[in-house]
Every structure is written in structure tokens, then in C-alpha cells.
Design a protein around this ligand. Structure first.
Ligand code: PLP
Length: 376
């Protein structure tokens, strides 16, 4: 893989770059500073949390507090269990059908991108993954509107991807699945806005975009669905078994869970998901305004009504200009802006931890670059 100039480190002297990477992504600076402080001596234990037993009191408190903070951000989630699992979100593509889909049964999928395609392919290994709607014909530039997709009333669940990291599309509201349990891959927009968890059978999210470092996947599952996990699944892959043991069936990814807890507490101190939504809205609006007022110089990939507040994807008039833009961005201390290879162009990932000042710097560069390109 080639490294683009904007993926390179900051120019000498700049302590931290504006990190627009899609994931693993930027973490809040105060959290990183707290983690550094804790690293050699975690709260007077004389050892790092990395070195603490997962059965000990110090980690026990971290585990409990991380769950509690997440619960608070999810309005208590009284009917749901919060699980910490390994294997990334992609493992959940398989675990959802293996736990929730009876052998030979059928589940519905809304296919709005590469990740959803992979998810439906995993369902086909267990039963039928029925594509009830797809945006493939238009390059995954949109999400369905209410009523665009039929839901089979017999389906074991309806699965969708709330934010399509690669394409920069996002659902404004969860789809309506009626009585069929709603399952969501929320890897790239979890906790970026308020969520009515009571509408969901299950959500899952790899941590490395909005929640913390890679290594843990947060699964929030409605209790009544736990009985669907078949007895012949390996214990560590069974939602039921993991819930019975409070995700401590074996050694959990302790460090990742600890950081997720600190990120969640940091978010709560900044107005929770309501505060996050307000800030994310403002950041996204700034970039989309620059795109819309560029007279066609910047072309957004997503249709306006499907635009993501997390990943802003756009093209420039030529690949040469895109290359120069990335080079300039790199020199200005901006990293991670190269678009995914299947869309090309530029992708600015502006998750919770990206400050408005970083987005303002990018917006200014975009405007300045366009003005100069028009003159040359
Ligand atoms: C929406 C979405 N789902 C799933 C994944 C895969 O996540 P993981 O690498 O944790 O398996 C990604 C990764 O970028 C993603 O953006």
C-alpha cells in the first residue's frame, strides 16, 4: 500500500496533527493525557492497568464503570445487556446470524455499502440473508427512505449500517422494522448523537472510531434475544454465555475497555450524546457548506439527503488536483484525508474526538485551494 502525503506525520515542530483518519481514529486529547498519567501507576496500585489481573479489584472497577458510563449514554438501556467482545465489528457480521438466526432461517439486510455486503454474506453461511434494499446501482451514494424497503414479517431481524464509513452516507433516523428486531452495525457513528435504544434488538460497534482503541467491540443486546444463542456455539462467541458471565468468561481486552470507559466519561462531562450531536452537526455543516458553495469544484459523493455527519467524502475536478490537495494538507499538519480506494478522492472523518478547530482548518484550506486553482 502506498502512503499518501496526508497520511504522513506532522511537519517538524507540530506536536499533534489534525487527524481525519477513518479508523483507528483520533481520541480526545484529555483522555490520552489521562491514560499516559495512569500508565505506570494505575490509581495507586503501583502497576499499569495493562498489567492488572482481570479478576482483580482495580480492573473490576474499570469494567463496572465502563458499562455504567455506556449505559448512561444510552439512557439506561434497562432491557439490554452490554457486552465486550473481541474480533472487531467484522466478527459480529458472523456472530449476529450465528446467534440470532435459526439454522435455515431468513434475515433481512439493507445493503448500503461494502460492510453491509460482507455482513449479508456471513448470514448466507447460516441461512438466508435477504437483500431487501441496496444502493449498489448508484455507487452506494444514498440510504433508503422510509417505506423504500420491504421487511419480511417472518425475518429473524432486519440488519442495517447506520453510517457508511467508506461512502459518507448515514441514516437520519433508524429504519422502521415493525415487530422484527432491528440490528445495527453502528461502528462509525455510535454515541455521536442520541439513540433510542428501546427500538433496537441489538447494536454493535468496533471501538476504534468513536469509542476508543481497536481491540474491543461493544455489543448491546436486548435480553429476550439472548435465548436464541444456540447451545453448540463456542462459549466466547455466544451472546448468551458472554452475558451470563458479564463478558468476563475469559480475559477481556482490558486496556481497550479501560480507554472506552475514559472516553465515555469524557463524553458525559461534555454534555453526553446531545452535546456530541450538536458539535458534530456544526462540524459537518461547515464542510458541506464549503462543498456546496464551491461552484462544483468539490463534488460530494453522497446525495445531500443521505450525507454523513461522520465521514465527509468528496472529489476534486482531477486526480492530479486531489494529489496536490493531499500534499498541501499534509504540509499543513492534516492527516488521514485520502479517500477509500473504492470511492477515491478525499474523505474527512470527523468523529466525536475531532475538534471544531481542526474542521475549520480543513475548511479554510479547501476554500483557499479552490481559489488558487481557479487562478492558475
Ligand atoms: C461501518 C463499519 N463496519 C464494520 C467495520 C469493520 O470493523 P473491524 O475492522 O472492527 O472489523 C468498519 C471498519 O471500518 C466499519 O466502518
Amino acid at each position: 500500500m502506498t502512503t499518501s502525503p496526508s497520511d504522513l506525520a506532522a511537519p517538524p515542530g507540530a506536536a499533534r496533527v489534525h487527524n481525519f483518519g477513518a479508523g483507528p481514529a483520533a481520541l480526545p486529547l484529555p483522555v490520552l493525557e489521562e491514560v499516559r498519567r495512569d500508565l505506570l501507576d494505575f490509581r495507586g496500585t503501583g502497576m499499569s492497568i495493562l498489567e492488572s489481573s482481570h479478576r482483580g479489584a482495580a480492573y473490576g472497577e474499570v469494567h463496572r464503570d465502563t458499562k455504567e458510563a455506556l449505559r448512561e449514554l444510552l439512557d439506561g438501556a434497562p432491557d439490554h445487556e452490554i457486552l465486550f467482545m473481541g474480533g472487531g465489528a467484522r466478527t459480529q457480521f458472523g456472530l449476529v446470524p450465528w446467534n440470532l438466526l435459526p439454522a435455515g432461517g431468513s434475515a433481512d439486510y439493507l445493503v448500503t455499502g461494502r460492510w453491509a455486503e460482507m455482513a449479508v454474506a456471513e448470514a448466507a453461511k447460516r441461512g438466508t440473508g435477504r437483500v431487501s434494499w441496496s444502493s449498489e446501482d448508484t455507487g452506494h451514494d444514498r440510504v433508503p427512505g422510509a417505506g423504500d424497503y420491504p421487511v419480511d414479517p417472518e425475518a429473524a431481524y432486519l440488519h442495517y449500517t447506520s453510517n457508511n464509513t467508506i461512502y459518507g452516507t448515514q441514516y437520519a433516523a433508524p429504519p422502521d422494522s415493525g415487530p422484527v428486531p432491528l440490528v445495527c452495525d453502528m461502528s462509525s457513528d455510535v454515541l455521536s448523537r442520541p439513540l433510542d435504544i428501546s427500538r433496537f434488538g441489538l447494536i454493535y460497534a468496533g471501538a476504534q472510531k468513536n469509542l476508543g482503541p481497536a481491540g474491543v467491540t461493544v455489543v448491546v443486546v436486548r435480553r429476550d434475544l439472548l435465548e436464541r444463542s444456540p447451545a453448540d456455539l463456542p462459549d466466547t462467541l455466544s451472546y448468551r454465555k458472554m452475558a451470563e458471565k458479564d463478558s468476563l468468561l475469559n480475559t477481556p481486552p482490558v486496556f481497550a475497555i479501560y480507554v472506552v470507559g475514559r472516553v465515555a466519561r469524557h463524553l458525559l462531562a461534555r454534555g453526553g450524546v446531545v452535546g456530541a450531536a450538536r458539535r458534530n452537526e456544526e462540524k459537518a455543516a461547515l464542510l458541506y457548506r464549503v462543498i456546496d458553495e464551491s461552484g462544483g469544484f468539490y463534488r460530494g459523493h453522497a446525495r445531500p439527503e443521505s450525507r454523513s455527519r461522520m465521514n465527509v467524502t468528496f472529489r476534486l475536478p482531477s486526480e492530479e488536483l486531489e494529489r496536490r490537495f493531499l500534499e498541501e494538507a499534509g504540509r499543513a499538519g492534516m492527516a488521514g484525508l485520502k479517500g477509500h480506494r473504492s470511492v477515491g478522492g478525499i474523505r474527512a472523518s470527523i468523529y466525536n474526538a475531532i475538534e471544531l478547530a481542526s474542521v475549520q482548518a480543513l475548511a479554510e484550506l479547501m476554500e483557499d485551494f479552490r481559489r488558487r486553482a481557479a487562478q492558475s
